[in-house]
Ligand binder design. Structure first.
Ligand code: PEP
Ligand code: MG
Length: 575
């Protein structure tokens, strides 16, 4: 039966596909026995899993919103009851104690026993309740295994899952998955950024979908609005096809701007750089006429690999990016692993209590001996093939940029002695994304050849609002007066010292924010190629002089609502 669900739009595009629900309840478990002396520990492990699942379901319930919240909540209540069902729990415990089965296998045996009872029922409704048992058993199984099973998808499928890691997305797309829905997550997470880079429709914060959808259901999702239709009817299918056709038409119109300058109505040129995570992004950036690559997120190259990238593989990747830009500058950011970008090599700590405030970015590069040195060698060698800049993430003080510069200088001398070619000059820049860096910028700007403002993190750290937490989506906003003030101050300091400054956070990728960024004095933006032409179009419809004249009113705004009003008054309607 047709049902309308909703989540938060995270990556545009309309997709039609068959649902693959990833509740880890495929209990493909070998029979494992335990020794009698391990019975207590195994029983305790099982009970810990039950407690964890109870907690997880409570959290899921708290996240429900929208029209179906009550109905879906009732499902969860039913699952909570099943979780407390003595038949289920004591059955499993008996299997562990008397049968000496490992908890996982006991779970499977008990599931099969209960399934047999359900399957014998005449009433189809009652028979279908085995799905609920599977949901609960699946959660228990996942909890017993702290590691996640690899996400799998097939061509024409829309994956419905609790969360998705950046490293999993490219693989899913390669498998032919046409869209992803997650119960949690936020549009500012690195997974969402990568989904946009892959042009893979993504809807986050949709716990209802995880509960309502079953494997094989047909889904239509609209990544621009967050709308999900379960078992779409003829009209939904027509809407989907219309959206696809419209997107194609819009693309055709935008493509006319590929070779046009990014010039405002009053004749000021704005530099549009591209953000890139993959080689395909770099190629697309070049084709769209980007001024260069303003942010090459190197960590994305290595998230999928179980081994640390060596100098040779890094060098090849950077060199190829440089070659693809045919003489336009490529800004290579040193590794920004950590937080929601955990790699598989164990380099980034997995169990930090507060990962966003943990050992990520330049902190990790400086803490792990050899890491920065190897990466810098690869970057400097790549500079022999075309212009390169080095950008350092998570700078919180001048000392860090000084340490990185020392490594850069040492690496240059080393490579020169080895006879490698390199650019005569490799500018070094700091990401301004930690409030302390923004506030103490005057004291170390002389050590920076350029700056790039990372609003994704700057907003999260200024507002103390986790960018990946969907419960904070309403709070996390670049339109807080404090954010605008910091942006204005960073731009002023940079202008005073004649240091080029770019904004490379997601705010630069949304044409809606163009008037705001231009009015604050920015003349360089870096954004993903997916929306580069839209932003170019918005800039070409803007009058820079007028916007700069309106900056005082913007900065006087005392609330987010007032800033939104200011923006609304300057909204740029696409032609
Ligand atoms: C940012 O924080 O704005 C940024 C561009 O870096 P990332 O999103 O990779 O953390
Ligand atoms: Mg950042």
């Amino acid at each position: 039966m047709r049902q309308l669900l909703s989540g938060t739009a995270a990556s545009r595009g309309s997709a039609l596909g068959r649902a693959r629900v990833r509740l880890p309840h495929a209990l493909d478990i070998e029979e494992v026995r335990i020794a009698p002396e391990d019975v207590e520990a195994e029983t305790a492990r099982f009970h810990d899993a039950v407690t964890e699942v109870r907690h997880e379901m409570r959290e899921l319930r708290d996240r429900l919103h929208g029209a179906l919240a009550q109905e879906v909540g009732e499902f969860l209540d039913l699952h909570a009851l099943l979780l407390d069902d003595p038949e289920l729990l004591s059955g499993i415990e008996t299997l562990i104690r008397s049968g000496l089965y490992a908890a996982d296998y006991a779970l499977r045996l008990q599931r099969n026993r209960i399934a047999a009872v359900f399957e014998g029922m005449d009433d189809p409704y009652l028979r279908s309740r085995i799905d609920d048992i599977d949901q609960v058993i699946g959660r228990l199984h996942a909890s017993l295994h702290s590691h996640r099973a690899e996400l799998q998808g097939a061509s024409g499928e829309i994956l419905v899952t609790d969360s998705v890691a950046p490293a999993e997305l490219a693989q899913l797309q390669a498998q032919g998955v046409v869209g992803v829905i997650t119960a949690g997550g936020s549009p500012l997470s690195h997974s969402a950024i990568l989904a946009r880079s892959l042009h893979l429709p993504l809807i986050v914060g949709a716990p209802q979908a995880l509960i309502k959808a079953n494997d094989g259901d047909v889904l239509v999702i609209d990544g621009a609005t967050g709308q999900i239709v379960l078992e779409p009817d003829a009209a939904d299918l027509q809407d989907h096809h219309a959206r696809v056709a419209q997107a194609r038409q819009e693309r055709r119109q935008l493509n006319r701007l590929r070779r046009e300058p990014t010039r405002s109505l009053d004749g000021v040129d704005i530099k549009l750089w591209a953000n890139a995570e993959t080689r395909e992004d770099v190629i697309e950036a070049h084709a769209l006429g980007a001024a260069g690559v303003g942010l090459y997120r190197t960590e994305f190259l290595f998230l999928g690999s179980c081994e640390l990238p060596d100098e040779a593989s890094q060098f090849r990747a950077y060199r190829d990016a440089v070659l693809a830009m045919t003489g336009r500058t490529v800004t290579i950011r040193t590794l920004d692993l950590g937080a929601d970008k955990a790699d598989k090599t164990g380099l980034a700590l997995k169990d930090e209590p507060n990962p966003a405030l943990g050992l990520r970015g330049v902190r990790l590069s400086l803490a792990r001996e050899g890491l920065l040195h190897t990466q810098m060698r690869a970057i400097v060698r790549a500079s022999g093939y075309g212009p390169v800049r080095v950008l350092v993430p998570m700078i919180s003080s001048g000392e860090e940029i000084a340490l990185v510069r020392r490594t850069l200088d040492a690496v240059r001398a080393e490579l020169q002695a080895e006879g490698h070619g390199m650019a005569a000059r490799i500018p070094l820049g700091a990401m301004i994304e930690v409030p302390s860096a923004a506030l103490s910028l005057s004291s170390f700007i002389r050590d920076c050849d350029f700056l790039s403002i990372g609003t994704n993190d700057l907003v999260q750290y200024l507002l103390a609002a986790d960018r990946t937490n969907d419960a904070l989506n309403a709070l996390y906003s670049p339109l807080h007066p404090a954010v605008l003030r910091v942006l204005r101050d960073v731009v002023r300091i940079a202008q005073r010292h004649a240091v080029p400054v770019t904004v490379c956070g997601e705010i630069a990728a949304d044409p809606v924010f163009v008037p705001l960024l231009l009015s604050l004095g920015l003349t360089e933006l870096s954004l993903h190629p997916a929306t580069l032409l839209e932003v170019r179009r918005a800039i070409r419809s803007s009058h820079l002089g007028q916007l700069r004249g309106a900056a005082p009113a913007l900065l006087r705004a005392r609330s987010r609502t007032a800033i939104e009003r200011w923006l609304d008054a300057r909204s740029i309607a696409p032609p």
